[in-house]
Design a protein around this ligand. Structure first.
Ligand SMILES: NC(=O)c1ccc[n+]([C@@H]2O[C@H](COP(=O)([O-])OP(=O)(O)OC[C@H]3O[C@@H](n4cnc5c(N)ncnc54)[C@H](OP(=O)(O)O)[C@@H]3O)[C@@H](O)[C@H]2O)c1
Length: 316
């Protein structure tokens, strides 16, 4: 099958459109003919070898953890989907190599959900990793409730845009951070207040409108922003980071609950996201899509860190 693969770690010049072996289909696995593959920052981090210590890598490494497509074949133990079904999945396995920048990907059945009917394959492919991250942080880790206030850092990006909408759907008020040019975009997603973190001190800005602080902080970038975020969390509030394990004592004060999330595959949670999308409570903001052979160009754009919403590859 055709795929974008790399035979060694490095820059975008290592990406090659090539033929690789078709994936094998285990007894409880689903073979998906990939129609579109969503992009995530982890893709270029994997390309550079940054996660070499965390996962075994099997070369040639095909990048990509997100897919939407049509079921081509199922193993004999699969009961929930069958050939011809339109599905989407977060395809991270225990090793890196058989990614979704390819014509086919094979994953365990419980990674897979029916694709939302309201959106096409390209938009659906942009949901799994980022949507599940937001879901697992907002619904599982912090259990955001109606009437609470959530501060979402990086609200205009792939994960942040889903986090804003999931928190809104649960009845929370959302303060989002982004540069000013993206504030209208944030309002459309449902924020009640926007902060240009590049121009104003976000701690002062939050404290101005919420003297007691916010119930939940959602962090994507770690570093000083995360460190200082403790100063805007209300007593007994929650702070969830996707960037830092929050083991430092700094985060264990005033009854605050700090949690780190590393997103895991879940077909059942993807089905919940599909229900939000089909019910009109969440939309998928796609900045652009690219042809499979233009994956390098797409990753170059993603690496700027300035994408609004998501990027995806059109595969077939
Ligand atoms: N632990 C996990 O399981 C997990 C899962 C998913 C993602 N992540 C990580 O989370 C990070 C974000 O992922 P993503 O997919 O949302 O990335 P993304 O789509 O590339 O994020 C781009 C957006 O981030 C905003 N941004 C950049 N720096 C910012 C800052 N310091 N403060 C506020 N906004 C900022 C930009 O808005 P402006 O241009 O307006 O600044 C841009 O719209 C990545 O590092 C990714 O690896 C971790």
């Amino acid at each position: 099958m055709r795929a974008i693969a790399l035979s060694e770690f490095g820059g975008n010049d290592r990406l090659e459109l090539t033929d690789v072996e078709d994936p094998k289909v285990g007894p409880d696995f689903v073979l998906i003919r990939v129609r579109a593959a969503g992009l995530n920052p982890v893709d270029w981090k994997l390309r550079e070898g940054s996660l070499e210590g965390a996962f075994p890598h099997v070369f040639p490494v095909v990048l990509g953890w997100d897919a939407a497509g049509v079921v081509e074949q199922v193993g004999p133990a699969v009961t929930g989907v069958g050939p011809g079904d339109e599905v989407f999945a977060y395809c991270r396995k225990h090793f890196v190599g058989e990614g979704t920048y390819a014509e086919y990907v094979s994953v365990p059945e419980d990674f897979v959900s029916r694709k939302p009917e309201a959106i096409d394959f390209v938009h659906a492919s942009a949901v799994p990793l980022a949507g599940l991250t937001a879901f697992q942080a907002i619904v599982e880790a912090t259990a955001v409730r109606a009437g609470e206030t959530v501060l979402v850092h990086g609200a205009a990006g792939g994960v942040g845009a889903f986090a804003v909408q999931i928190a809104r759907a649960r009845g929370a008020q959302v303060i989002g951070t982004a540069t000013a040019a993206k504030h209208e975009f944030l309002k459309d997603l449902g924020t009640t207040e926007e902060i240009d973190y590049s121009q104003v001190d976000f701690v002062e800005a939050v404290r101005e409108s919420r003297t007691d602080g916010v119930d939940v902080v959602f962090d994507l970038f770690g570093g000083e922003t995360l460190w200082r975020s403790v100063d805007v969390v209300a007593d007994s509030g929650r702070i969830v980071s996707l960037a830092d394990p929050l083991t430092d004592d700094h985060y264990h004060v005033r009854g605050i609950t700090p949690t780190y999330v590393f997103v895991r595959p879940s077909g059942s949670q993807l089905a919940e996201l599909a229900r939000l999308i089909d019910g009109g409570e969440m939309r998928v903001e796609l900045e652009a899509s690219y042809r499979l052979e233009d994956a390098a160009q797409a990753l170059e754009r993603l690496e700027t860190g300035r994408v609004r919403g998501k990027l995806a590859l059109e595969v077939g």
